[in-house]
Design a protein around this ligand. Structure first.
Ligand code: ADP
Length: 573
């Protein structure tokens, strides 16, 4: 909106008086208004008389007409002089002259009899009331006294008795004028104080706001500078999912113009042609999921691999204000990772064939297929076999790991019997447990359906990894395996041992690839930290969960919880 400064009108300029004392200005302006009124009325009077004389002539009392003219001209001159004084002299000088002038004028307005005791007395009320308004309130009394003395003087000079009731009325009117002028001045003073207070408040608030604004601007500037210097691409979405802040790195990374990216919605971004269609759902979920404080994922964008991390932003009071998404170019790392996995898969696969051959030949050697061997040779053949088996296990683990990382391992959904699963595990692990002097026991919960759907071979692999660990880390006691129904929708496999246990700070880490609680060279146990990582990844692929409860020196319990898919075979059976 445009505001126009309005210049004051001529009348306003005539009346307006500037003074550092607001009361002085108000009183002098009031006098100006009265003077302008007097001036205007006198001119009107002169016009009317001129018109009357022009039509009717001077009549039979021309002297009276001249007196009226004279008075009118005198009034004009008097008003002009007083106006000039009022303009220049501060204080009540002009008003005092005006009021005295009025009193003198009224003395000639009528016959002495009328002035002393008659109808003209009423005229003298005017200066008494005006004195309170144009000068100080108490000066009403002074003017009451002046006009009283004036009419008393005229009465005495003309041999009339002084009119005391009229004088009393003057003083009563002075009292009324004094009270109302004083009330008015008091109210004005309070109003001015309130205004001054308001002005001060407005000034203070404006100053505070200006300071806060400049502070905010400098903070915003700093945040912007930080954002712009970040090498990763950053997009800040508001709660409506619209990009309110982006940095130059994101423009380069997504190869989209700044204008197109700024203000883009999550929906528009995920519908972008550059995004691999398989990643659309993932990216939309990642950016819109407000339940997770921090999540990250990899997406393919126009031939590049980008790692996207999204996190929710909250105010200190806990209100969500938006989502920050950080995009990092992961293309190179992804390529190296892919190469590593391919290499690992290839090497593992290539190692398996010769290893199997070594195992087979050692077995044949031991079984004396190539002629009789002595006891020492038999022991050596057995060691070749056990070491080859161990190597084969490692190679299988590496292959599984590589396949899972490449996302190539698939989980089958076939009917199987949990009882049979446990029986197989027994046949594979009983001897190993017995060799260490440990009892391997198992139980299958009667509430568990006889047939379930799942990948029996992979479930067996999970159990063997867990049981191998339990046997490995237990010297005395037993390893107990249990398959049971956990609730209506889940079943579980549990492996419990009485081994060395795991320190609490390690329980979350042991499922990471190559992590071992004690990885020093002096470590007395074999293995290289892949078993539990494979268990965890397999369980994830089966939409399940694995957790561990352990106490150092007491033993550990690993539980794998899986969704229960009851096989239809149960009904056919
Ligand atoms: P490893 O090949 O070393 O056994 P895993 O991934 O199977 O690798 O296990 C990781 C680490 O977790 C082990 O090195 C061991 O320190 C600890 N751990 C696993 N199972 C048990 C257990 N039953 N009792 C005690 N520690 C265990």
């Amino acid at each position: 909106m445009q505001t126009r400064k309005v210049s004051p009108s001529l009348l306003n300029r005539i009346i307006f008086i500037e003074s550092d004392d607001a009361d002085d200005a108000r009183r002098r302006q009031l006098l100006n208004i009265i003077l302008v009124g007097v001036f205007a009325l006198t001119i009107l009077l002169l016009i009317i008389i001129s018109v009357y004389v022009a039509i009717n002539g001077l009549g039979n009392r021309p002297a009276d007409m001249l007196i009226v003219f004279g008075i009118a001209v005198g009034l004009l001159l008097g008003a002009a002089v007083i106006y000039a004084i009022n303009r220049r002299v501060r204080g009540g000088a002009a008003s005092a002259v005006f009021l005295v002038f009025l009193v003198i004028l009224f003395n000639f307005a009528d016959t002495p009899a009328q002035i002393a005791n008659g109808r003209s007395l009423v005229l003298f009320v005017i200066p008494v009331i005006m004195a309170g308004m144009l000068l100080k309130p108490y000066l009403s009394f002074v003017f009451a006294a002046i006009v009283s003395m004036d009419i008393a003087g005229i009465a005495i000079l003309n041999n009339f008795p002084p009119n005391f009731p009229a004088m009393t009325v003057f003083f009563l009117l002075a009292l009324v004028s004094w009270l109302s002028s004083r009330g008015l001045e008091q109210a004005l003073r309070e109003l001015r104080a309130t205004n001054a207070n308001l002005d001060r408040l407005v000034r203070e608030r404006t100053k505070e706001l200006t300071e806060a604004l400049s502070r905010e601007q400098s903070e915003a500037g700093r945040s912007k500078a930080i954002l712009e210097s970040i090498a990763d691409g950053v997009i800040v979405f508001d709660t409506q999912g619209e990009a309110i802040e982006i940095n130059p790195a994101i423009v380069r990374l997504l190869e989209m113009p700044y204008e197109r990216l700024h203000g883009i919605t999550i929906d528009e971004l995920t519908r972008s042609k550059a995004l691999d269609s398989k990643n659309r759902g993932v990216l939309a979920g990642l950016l819109s999921d407000t339940s997770q404080p921090l999540t990250s994922y990899r997406i393919r964008w126009d031939g590049k691999t980008l790692s996207v991390t999204s996190s929710q932003v909250f105010t200190p009071e806990g209100a969500r204000i938006g989502t920050v998404a950080v995009f990092r170019d992961f293309t190179r790392e992804a390529e190296v990772e892919k190469m590593k996995n391919t290499f690992l898969a290839m090497v593992s696969h290539e190692l398996r064939t010769p290893l199997n051959a070594i195992l087979g030949y050692a077995e044949m050697l031991k079984e004396a297929v190539y002629g009789a061997i002595n006891e020492k040779q038999e022991r050596i053949a057995e060691r070749i076999m056990s070491n080859s088996r161990h190597l084969l296990d490692i190679v299988s683990d590496l292959l599984d790991q590589a396949q899972m990382e490449a996302g190539k391992l698939t989980i089958l959904a076939r009917p199987f019997r949990p009882v049979e699963l446990l029986e197989n595990v027994h046949s594979l692990m009983d001897k190993i447990a017995a060799d260490k002097g440990l009892a391997l026991t198992s139980e299958c919960d009667a509430e568990l359906p006889e047939w379930l759907t799942g990948d029996q071979a992979r479930l067996q692999q999970i159990l063997i990894n867990l049981i191998s660990n339990s046997i490995k880390f237990t010297t005395k006691g037993a390893v107990h395996v249990r398959a049971f129904r956990q609730d209506k929708k889940h079943w579980a496999l549990e492996v419990r041992d009485t081994g060395i246990g795991i320190p609490p700070e390690e329980t979350a880490l042991i499922f990471e690839t190559f992590h071992q609680v004690d990885s020093t060279a002096s470590r007395e146990y074999g293995g290289f930290g892949l078993g539990l990582s494979i268990v965890k990844q397999l369980v994830n692929l089966m939409n399940g969960k694995v957790n561990v409860v352990s106490q150092v020196g007491q033993g550990s319990t690993f539980t794998v919880t899986l969704p229960m898919i009851i096989s239809r075979r149960r009904t056919i059976k």
